[in-house]
Design a protein around this ligand. Structure first.
Ligand code: SF4
Length: 375
């Protein structure tokens, strides 16, 4: 959203009221901003490679990063990873409850357990004790692909009712053990199944909700599937933290996560570029320019907007609603707009450099205004 856009009732999303928990020093739920998570895909026992990926994800804006800990060597490495990570680390546990205990001891901020495959209630209880002893929160991670056998027998197939029952059974175990620092997810690769399960859970628990469409696919297909599934839930107010699952670099997951939240005005970070698809009317090469600007503006974190429009059909109108705008004209030049007002002519061959300068300047102005207001 542009910093020029005013808040309108039709642009507002009423978020579901959830309890707030802490994942390390990051609040999740309540009125905390919706956080963006991702997961490393390095060998977790390779500390240097995993830390480098965690740092790259944090640089891209990840608030929380999950690391898979399938064996003892990875829970051992976790201690170092946690120490060097700029963001809280969630340990991802499957099958072996002992890995959860080791991860808690190693300093994980949160343990993600899949109740369907962690074992019986006594094992879950041991995990809860370790979480309490080491100040970890827990994510109950229900997944349509790994529901408990008795629920599959009861419901015959993965369905929202089975997923909700699995989630609530495990919420009960945590609550019976006086453990309340938990959030819950109920992921499925089918958007209808995931959405129905999340909607059902959101009605009967006040636990913070971690949203995700699991195994969503590659960069393009997975982005679209996630935007539809998560977008629908977020738009209806459900979701306190999100992870986009892509068969792609985790940094891409973070970028997509932010774009989904930015589209709904739920989180603002960096430059929101509004650009036209281009056509025969374009006064400059829109596609190449936008590609260059996206790269050159990656370092800007201040929420702001930039319109890059090929011609005067839509350019001036869009520029009125953005912090910085450029509209193609004719004869090798176009018009620059600043803070919604027509400012000066600019030759096409200087545009990338000049627009980067203008965006940096505007970002500094917005920052200064915000810190003055905070004083
Ligand atoms: S704004 Fe102009 S250049 Fe861009 S797609 Fe529309 S008509 Fe074509």
């Amino acid at each position: 959203m542009s910093s020029l856009h005013s808040i309108r009732p039709w642009r507002q999303i009423d978020r579901r009221k959830s309890r707030q928990i802490m994942v390390g020093n990051v609040p999740v739920g309540g009125d905390a901003p919706i956080t963006v998570q991702t997961m490393t895909n390095t060998d977790s026992s390779d500390v240097a490679a995993t830390v480098a990926q965690v740092q790259a994800c944090a640089e891209a804006g990840a608030d929380i990063v999950r690391v898979s800990t399938p064996d003892e060597s990875s829970t051992k490495a976790l201690r170092e990873i946690v120490k060097e990570s700029p963001v809280p680390i969630v340990a991802d546990i499957h099958f072996h409850y002992k890995r959860a205990i080791e991860a808690a001891e190693a300093g994980a901020a949160c343990l993600r357990i899949n109740p369907g495959n962690i074992g019986d209630a006594s094992r879950v209880r041991e995990v809860i004790k370790a979480a309490k002893d080491h100040g970890c929160s827990i994510r109950i991670g229900v997944n349509a692909g790994s529901l408990e056998k008795h629920l599959l027998d009861k419901y015959a197939e993965p369905c929202p009712e089975a997923m909700i029952e699995s989630g609530m059974d495990h919420i009960r175990i945590l609550q019976d053990n006086d453990f309340h620092e938990f959030k819950i997810s109920c992921k499925a690769s089918d958007v209808f199944l995931a959405a129905a399960a999340y909607q059902g859970l959101a009605e009967i628990t006040d636990a913070p909700i971690h949203l995700g469409i699991t195994e969503a696919g590659g960069l393009t297909s997975g982005t679209i599937k996630s935007a539809i599934g998560l977008g629908n839930l977020l738009w209806s107010g459900i979701g306190d933290t999100i992870r986009v699952s892509l068969s792609a670099d985790p940094v891409e997951e973070v970028k997509v996560g932010y774009e989904i939240l930015k589209s709904l005005g739920l989180r603002h970070r960096g430059v929101n570029i509004i650009s036209c698809p281009s056509c025969a009317r374009q006064g400059f090469d829109v596609i190449k320019t936008v590609e260059a600007l996206e790269k050159r503006l990656e370092h800007i974190r201040t929420p702001m907007s930039l319109s890059i429009i090929g011609c005067v059909v839509n350019g001036p109108g869009e520029a009125l609603m953005t912090d910085v705008g450029f509209t193609g004209g004719g004869a090798g030049s176009g018009m620059v707009y600043l803070a919604g007002k027509q400012s000066h002519k600019l030759s096409n061959d200087q545009m990338v450099e000049h627009i980067v300068e203008q965006v940096e300047k505007r970002a500094a102005e917005i920052e200064a205004t915000q810190s003055e207001a905070a004083e």
